[in-house]
Design a protein around this ligand. Sequence first.
Ligand SMILES: Cc1cc2nc3c(=O)[nH]c(=O)nc-3n(C[C@H](O)[C@H](O)[C@H](O)COP(=O)(O)O)c2cc1C
Length: 249
Amino acid sequence: MRIKYAQHDGRIPRLVFGAKEAQITRPNHPFVPHKPAPVSPVDGLSRGQRLFDELDARRSVRFFSDAPVPREMIEIAIRTASTAPSGAHMQPWTFVAISDLVIKAKIREAAEAEEYASYEGGRMPEDWREALEPLGTDWRKPFLETVPWIVVLFAQSYGFTADGQKKKHYYVKESVGLAGGLFVASLHRMGLSTLTHTPSPMGFLTEILGRPSNEKPFILFPVGYAADDCVVPDLERKPLDAVSAWFDG
Ligand SMILES: Cc1cc2nc3c(=O)[nH]c(=O)nc-3n(C[C@H](O)[C@H](O)[C@H](O)COP(=O)(O)O)c2cc1C
């Protein structure tokens, strides 16, 4: 094997493999050509701006219509989410999609019980209450029955091999967070709305949905169309300089 070194930052030599060499060194793990369609910086910037404008218009919705949403839209959102990068490509997530009325009612009842204990039962610390104040949320979650779909994203803390042995998963939270973000973006692209909902604690979802012990509830997404009279808190997003640091060359 021929090893090539490239000067990376002038001090530390970086090892690089040509694509062919990588293929040769991993005979049991085939590589395939990957040629992203060429996009000029001008077109790229314009595409990026359009995507930003579109995603900037996304809002978390708490007032939904009961208009039906075809199952295929949920399927494509889950497939889109599953394109997310994941630690060692373990894809450590399960999206559980529910349109069953009885199960949605059970989820609402259990979520409201937990939220009641948090909001009214003194379980929520004062600073958290204050942080939530501008959002106008309380223990009531009627939207959990209004929406045509609830999708619960579970994180798999470990997986299983074909012969039933435990398989380690890596960077589970990071991976599942990325998948959740793509799921939200896909719904938004299709004109659907959702809320990133985390009724705490969420153990009731494991029980109601009969999930295995390697799966932990991560986020509950009510999914549907925003109600005609939907309102959202008047929030501002941080400007670029507040969310970035630069070392321009
Ligand atoms: C991890 C996470 C958990 C959240 N949990 C809740 C929740 O339980 N209930 C709720 O009403 N909103 C919840 N939100 C939504 C946030 O309040 C919302 O994203 C934030 O206020 C910004 O509003 P936007 O999504 O409309 O931009 C959560 C968001 C995230 C990312």
